[in-house]
Design a protein around this ligand. Structure first.
Ligand code: M6R
Length: 610
């Protein structure tokens, strides 16, 4: 989720796009760059690190004033955060420069084909490959927009592209396929950006580009067309939001914005990892024979990432019969764990900087245990130090309470379990059917988000509750831990989380009128048992909120409040979907309680101290 900016008009274009990048800084990035025209050439200036580094470069190599520029702040996906990998990128003959958000899934095959034709690449990015594809079309003598249109037909994946050329000097061409791009309309000047906040100082008249469209920006105006080249009408909206609200995409808090991003995050997690035939591939993973040597998995993580690890354990053990333990990093590092030399240590972390997880990783490395990271932030310490790392591709997460990172971590753990099953040809595991369900999951996640207003109403049931239980069985019990953590963090609500079957072994003593119990009941095979547990709570006067599916609807009659999510053929995936209404409940309870949702008291986003 990188930042994109572009300007054409009478002002000093480089200053404008640099200012736009500053306004996108809150999204997080690890390198930045600008392309502009200098005489007959395109000048590209880019630097790894923060915008101050790019600013220093601009001072070292001043650019004469000009009226067209594009700029990018990169959050690395393909290739580390280096000067070479930073955007913009040139095509083979430096006729065009491009910036790009998203992932080009077929970049490797395109790169191989172009390399075969003599193209030389200077970075590891998929973006540079897209630049070369556009450049190759442009060499046919067509206008820039036609070259971009033709290139887009060859690119697979989710992306937003912005291109300038050294010959068509007053023109910016951009294209959108799944990654957001917003156009800004000014007086004899026009702009574009990946997010509305970057446009607001210059114009409040904006249009969000539709899927699969292309736009041509000049000083005089903006034309939008579809991928067949047919003009598309533009719907301009006037933005009233202040800049802060705009940073949150119009949402009141980053937490709710990030909850709503989850369907897209699910798609991004799979991007480039699942081919059309349903085969799973990872860019950087151990060779196939290694998976046959591994006799045990230890997942090591903190907080939400630990809870995601518990979900992974279900799959590793159920599907692969691979013994799996999940450790809190802080316990692992001081617990003198027994580690089989054939084990695999999996480190799950959003930030990749959590001090306890990093220390546990170094301990495993000292003991020569194989390590695998599942990390969101590219270039982070855990990502760099693990033998192999799979990135969750969730984009920057700003709210302290993790939501979309959890979903992405569970998605990646699921893909990993299926990948191992694919490599080992594990009998009875139909990886392609699983993959089909994973591909369809984002649409079901959209349906879960439709429960938002119901969750808002149900949140009133928590008013005055002294305690909330989060309960479930199987994978629902693991989601209950995460749901309880969200409720504690953002709503400051005391919670008790437990497998539902454990209630009568002690926690049931806490149930009395006013206490709310949230049950996850999404596994049809366990629904009867859950109903019995619900009745135990109901008999003691507790209030029951349940998340079920069409196949577990029997729980509805026992519940005071019922939320129904769509179901999949796999109870495990139903449980993952149930996390969404649980997050929404925590959010709305927190709002009713007037809590500081994005920055809860006493907590930090990245815990880099013990
Ligand atoms: O960056 P990490 O995933 O390693 O962080 C681990 C925990 O600190 C983190 O998940 C924390 O529990 C979140 N605030 C949960 O919402």
């Amino acid at each position: 989720m990188c930042g994109i900016a572009g300007y054409v008009g009478p002002r000093d274009a480089v200053s404008v796009v640099f200012d736009q990048l500053k306004r996108l800084e809150y999204r997080g990035y690890d390198s930045a760059g600008i392309a502009t025209l200098q005489g007959e050439q395109i000048e590209v200036l880019k630097r790894a690190g923060k915008l101050t580094n790019l600013d220093a470069l601009l001072k070292e190599r001043p650019i004469s004033e000009n009226h067209i520029a594009i700029a990018h702040s990169r959050w690395a996906t393909h290739g580390g955060p280096t000067d070479e990998n930073a955007h913009p990128h040139f095509d083979e003959f430096e006729q065009v420069a491009i910036i790009h958000n998203g992932i080009i899934e077929n970049y490797q095959e395109l790169r191989d084909e172009l390399a075969h034709r003599g193209h030389r690449f200077h970075s590891q990015t998929d973006t540079e490959v897209a630049a070369h594809v556009i450049g190759a079309e442009y060499s046919q003598g067509v206008p820039l927009e036609e070259a971009v249109r033709r290139a887009c037909l060859k690119l697979r994946g989710a992306y937003a592209l912005v291109v300038i050329s050294r010959t068509e000097k007053g023109k910016i061409v951009c294209a959108r396929n799944a990654s957001p791009l917003v156009l800004g309309f000014g007086e004899h000047e026009n702009l574009l950006a990946s997010d509305i906040p970057a446009l607001l100082p210059y114009t409040r008249e904006v249009a969000v580009m539709e899927e699969n469209t292309l736009a041509v920006l000049t000083e005089e105006g903006i034309q939008v067309m579809d991928m067949l080249g047919k003009p598309v009408p533009i719907e301009i909206q006037h933005i009233e939001w202040d800049v802060e609200k705009a940073e949150r995409g119009g949402y009141e808090h980053f937490m709710i914005k990030e909850i709503y991003e989850q369907p897209e995050v699910m798609r991004q997690c799979l991007a480039g990892r699942v081919d059309e035939g349903g085969e799973i591939r990872f860019e950087s993973i151990f060779s196939e024979h290694v998976w046959n040597e591994i006799d045990r998995v230890n997942v090591i993580a903190c907080g939400t990432a630990y809870n995601a690890g518990l979900m992974g354990k279900h799959l590793f053990e159920k599907l692969l019969r691979l013994p799996t333990d999940v450790y809190h990093s802080s316990e692992f590092r001081y617990g003198d764990p027994v580690l089989s030399p054939r084990s695999l240590a999996v480190f799950v972390s959003q930030s990749g900087e959590t001090a306890d997880s990093l220390a546990a990783l170094r301990l495993c490395k000292d003991r020569r245990i194989r390590t695998l990271g599942i990390v969101n932030v590219i270039g982070s310490s855990i990502a760099r130090e693990c033998d192999r790392t799979i990135f969750t591709q969730a984009g920057p997460e700003i709210s302290v309470a993790s939501t979309k990172a959890y979903t992405a971590q569970v998605m990646v753990l699921t893909l990993l379990a299926l990948y191992i099953a694919q490599v080992q040809e594990t009998p009875g595991v139909r990886t392609r059917q699983w993959v089909n369900s994973l591909v369809g999951l984002s649409e079901l996640a959209e349906d879960c988000l439709k429960l938002d207003s119901q969750c808002q109403e149900i949140a009133a049931a928590f008013d005055g509750a002294p305690l909330t239980f989060f309960l479930g069985r199987g994978a629902d019990a693991s989601v209950a831990l995460e749901a309880a953590l969200k409720m504690k963090e953002v709503a400051y609500m005391p919670t008790q989380e437990s497998p539902a079957g454990e209630m009568k072994h002690g926690p049931l003593a806490l149930v009395e009128p006013g206490v709310v119990s949230v049950f996850g009941a999404t596994d049809p095979g366990l629904a009867d048992k859950v109903v019995s547990n619900m009745q135990e709570v109901k008999a003691r006067g507790g209030t029951l909120v349940t998340v079920g599916t069409e196949q577990t609807r029997a729980v509805q009659s026992v519940s005071d409040h019922y939320l129904e999510i769509p179901h999949t053929p796999y109870p495990f995936l139903n449980a993952l979907l149930s996390a969404i209404p649980m997050q929404l409940l925590a959010y709305h309870v927190a709002k009713r309680r007037g809590c500081e949702i994005d920055m809860p008291r006493n907590l930090a986003k990245s815990v880099t101290v013990e």
